[in-house]
Design a protein around this ligand. Structure first.
Ligand code: PEP
Ligand code: MN
Length: 337
């Protein structure tokens, strides 16, 4: 529900009305513009008497909002959200660079990749410790040992770590050890997990589900935000379509769409989108040009020997070249790398 106030309503009157509405058990988010003042009501508005509010002399109109997501909605929060992770920001002018292997495989591997991507200019290290694999016989990740190795790589490079959580049982460990908790495509609608993550004060990288609509994706963000955790970063990683040439189809149109609908930052994963290392460059260029706030890219020191997703991983030298090619594109759209 939104309450549109008359343009000349004083701050004192806005405050009085806000307090009055909060007594009804809803959260009130004021949006004070030059020509319009709106109070966005989040929560159960079913008991609020629309006519009674409209009777207030400062109220222009009360409207029910059609959109099902509220906290993630740009209407209630017109300015962009910038998520701050120990001083590294996602959503600002600078494009966030998240890079690393699909999976943590060994101490030497993760330290080598972490040092290389750091040298190239990456701001975050990615690496899966708990892997959601289609086959139960495939490498499942080093689990807690993998987390320890990521921590060692963070210690050595200073790069904050991004890694995927699969189960609500691991929340405490992830809260303590991880800088950005990734929710993978397969868990985008694991609502119990999302609710638990909503209780933390930790950035969450929420990947788009394999076959999820933009609205379903934003509703999953809403689950996390409804619990009080508003540090959500969206990640477009390709969706399943009838096309089989690529692993998934990168939905570039989702980036402007999500930016129009929501204030949350959105990063692009060109590696899982196409599933082909040779396409990472072109998809990254397109993502930066269309307004992505960051790129999460799989980089491996020896892709041919990778235990997971080697076919879509690029080498550190290719990552360095890629960033050089992306710089002028970022500049052309008012961003920087
Ligand atoms: C990953 O980032 O390693 C991963 C498994 O991604 P997704 O959930 O997008 O498939
Ligand atoms: Mn992968």
């Amino acid at each position: 529900m939104i309450v549109i106030l008359k343009p000349k309503t004083s701050e004192e009157e806005i405050k009085r009305l806000t307090d009055e509405l909060q007594v009804e058990g809803v959260e009130v988010n004021p949006v004070i513009g030059k020509d319009i003042i709106i109070l966005g009501l989040v929560g159960d508005t079913s008991k609020i008497d629309k006519d009674r509010i409209e009777a207030n002399k400062n109220v222009e109109k009360v409207m029910h909002v059609q959109e099902p997501f509220k906290k993630a909605n740009r209407m209630f929060h017109p300015e962009k959200t910038i998520v701050d992770i120990n001083g590294q920001k996602i959503g600002g002018k600078k494009i966030a660079l998240i890079a690393g292997p699909c999976s943590v495989e060994s101490r030497d591997q993760i330290l080598e990749v972490a040092n290389s991507v750091k040298k190239c200019g990456a701001n975050f290290l990615r690496g899966g410790a708990f892997k959601p694999r289609t086959s139960p016989y495939s490498f499942q990740g080093l689990k807690y040992d993998g987390l320890d190795l990521l921590k060692e790589a963070r210690e050595e490079t200073g790069l904050p770590i991004v890694t995927e959580i699969m189960s609500p049982y691991d929340i405490e460990v992830f809260e303590r050890d991880v800088d950005i908790i990734q929710v993978g495509a397969r868990n985008m609608q694991n609502f119990d997990l999302l609710k638990e993550l909503g209780r933390l004060n930790k950035p969450i990288l929420l990947k788009r589900g394999l076959s999820s609509t933009i609205e379903e994706w934003l509703m999953s963000a809403e689950y996390i935000m409804a619990g009080g955790n508003e540090n959500v970063i969206l990640c477009e990683r390709g969706i399943r379509t009838f096309e089989t040439y690529t692993r998934n189809t990168l939905d570039l149109s989702a980036i402007p769409a999500v930016k129009k609908l929501s204030h949350l930052p959105v990063v692009v994963d060109p590696s899982h989108s196409a599933g082909k290392a040779w396409m990472v460059e072109d998809l990254s260029k397109a993502a930066v040009a269309i307004g992505a706030d960051g790129l999460i890219i799989e980089v491996h020191n020896n892709p041919a020997k990778a235990l997971c997703d080697g076919q879509q991983s690029i080498k550190p030298s290719e990552y360095e070249e890629l960033l050089n090619k992306l710089r002028p594109i970022a500049e052309a759209v008012g961003r920087e790398i």
